[in-house]
Design a protein around this ligand. Structure first.
Ligand SMILES: CC(C)(COP(=O)(O)OP(=O)(O)OC[C@H]1O[C@@H](n2cnc3c(N)ncnc32)[C@H](O)[C@@H]1OP(=O)(O)O)[C@@H](O)C(=O)NCCC(=O)NCCS
Length: 166
């Protein structure tokens, strides 16, 4: 495995898509398909990033939508053999840098309360628990915690997250 110094975070490209669809299947009960990922390549609201080694090996990815100055993270995933070496952190850091640079009011996401590594990752970057969606997940059924990171300097009042129906 390459070390964290030897990876780069770049915008998702078409060549990443089959690898990321495989990663989705590895990680999630309801994985995004190749088609769904590919559609994000042409979506101006999509901020989808890939982590790859300097040799071009795809190691992970993060997907967010920038909707009217609010960031909604869809997914973050790292291939199992590459976990624990800072790639997830590099991806979240890149999304937070995007949020700071673009003046997002906040970035928010849902996460399973049982997902200890993901919770630790988000908390490390200042995401805070703001609520819970009952029975949000299936296979297995579980609530979702809503975690949000606000960006100081933006004058939008806290707690104005767009209501989602997901
Ligand atoms: C969550 C995930 C993306 C983390 O990626 P990663 O590359 O392993 O993350 P990092 O190596 O940058 O670790 C980030 C922090 O997470 C925490 N962490 C990582 N692995 C952990 C583990 N097994 N147990 C507890 N905490 C862990 C640590 O706090 C770590 O920070 P530190 O090393 O500075 O202490 C990865 O575990 C993953 O792909 N999981 C499956 C998909 C998923 O659940 N995605 C989240 C959906 S909301």
């Amino acid at each position: 495995m390459d070390t964290i110094e030897q990876i780069r975070i770049i915008p998702m490209e078409r060549r990443h898509v089959p690898h990321l669809a495989r990663l989705e299947k590895l990680c999630f009960a309801e994985p995004w398909s190749e088609k769904a990922l590919e559609e994000e390549l042409d979506n101006p609201q999509a901020v989808f990033l890939a982590a790859e080694s300097l040799h071009g090996e795809v190691l992970g990815y993060a997907g967010m939508h920038d909707i009217l100055g609010e960031g909604y993270i869809d997914n973050i995933a790292v291939f199992p053999q590459a976990r624990g070496s800072g790639i997830g952190s590099a991806l979240v850091k890149a999304l937070c840098s995007y949020g700071a640079d673009k003046g997002l009011a906040f970035i928010t996401l849902e996460v399973r309360p049982s997902n200890v590594p993901a919770l630790a990752l988000y908390q490390k970057f200042g995401f805070q628990e703001k609520g819970r969606r009952r029975n949000f997940y299936r296979r297995p059924a579980e609530d979702a915690l809503i975690l949000t990171k606000h960006f100081p300097g933006n004058n939008r009042p806290a707690g104005e997250e767009r209501k989602r129906d997901g």
